[in-house]
Design a protein around this ligand. Sequence first.
Ligand code: TXA
Ligand code: MG
Length: 347
Amino acid sequence: MSYVTAVLRTDEPPLMHQAVEEAVRLLREGEVVALPTETVYGLAANALDPVAVTKIFEAKERPTFDPLIVHLPRKDQIDLVAEVPQEIVHTVKQLTERFWPGPLTLLLPKKPVVPDIVTAGLPTVAVRVSSNGIFKRVIGAFDKPLAAPSANRFGSISPTSASAVLSELDGRIHLIVDAGASLYGLESTIIRIEPGTPKPFITIVRPGPLTPDDLKPYGKVKVAIRSVIDGPSDSPGQLASHYAPRTPLRLLSRPSDFIPEEGKRYALMSYRGEEKDGYLHLCDWEEVMMLSPGNGKLPEAAVRFFHVLRRLDELGVDEIIAEPLHEHGMGIAMMDKLRRASVRFAS
Ligand code: TXA
Ligand code: MG
């Protein structure tokens, strides 16, 4: 596998039209293309063509037990790929009316037309509709469902810019469509819906930009992120090794948990860079990067999260030390990712 990877801009109308056209041409030829979404960049291929989908797994070096998310051109097209059980039709309608296009992925029983390689042999398929303008143009013109996992090597940090995709997949794919930084910076919230009275059960199997509070009006919400040591989660991609930088990472609970070792170089991932939080003076940091300088806002931290992690990883320090974040709202997803990243290096 060795390609010349083109990066096409979309910040002026003629360039944008060319980029969309080229992406659609490649998809029609059964190739993979890296596309922007509002969450993170995705690596897309025709979801109904098993040969095209195989190329996603090859480019990412992703094991085939890890299923892909299927993106639909429009929100009224669920029945192209999934069967919505009668008992949850109403809830699915409410949720998709409210949150699609947007960062919500639903797990639903799959239709036979979806190749087994897409769902890793599972009876369910993960579906969503992206709100990114460029993604919408490409999938609208292609007019078929697109399978698109995050456009990173398996287990690595999700890309939130075209340059991040390039550093992950340069030489492995033909095209990256550049639409600037991702709006949310975290992958979509994945949920399972089960019938229940008086309210249906909504289980968050991967936390993301849509929080338990956002979903609460539509059902009884449970966050079922298995602890990383508990073994496989309901979302097979939630492996312990996920979202990990190459540099060892340690998530602290409190400042006193950290005693620097002589001669080692450390970098700090700080939430808001405040003295009073107690982390800035723990050692002579090689670098301090802040997620949300000032008062600290979780949605702003989310936008910078993977970018900061990637930059700290490039420094070549001995260890990245991460401050804990508030574990509510989007902080749930970021803390989950930091735990997964740090567990990889523990023991
Ligand atoms: O925001 C997103 O969801 C991004 C953008 C590109 O759309 N995509 C993304 O895909 O994060 P990926 O492949 O990196 O993560 C998909 C997750 C994996 O953890 C996978 O195991 C899970 O969804 N998944 C996919 N199909 C599933 C299924 N049928 N049952 C349970 N989990 C599933
Ligand atoms: Mg991923």
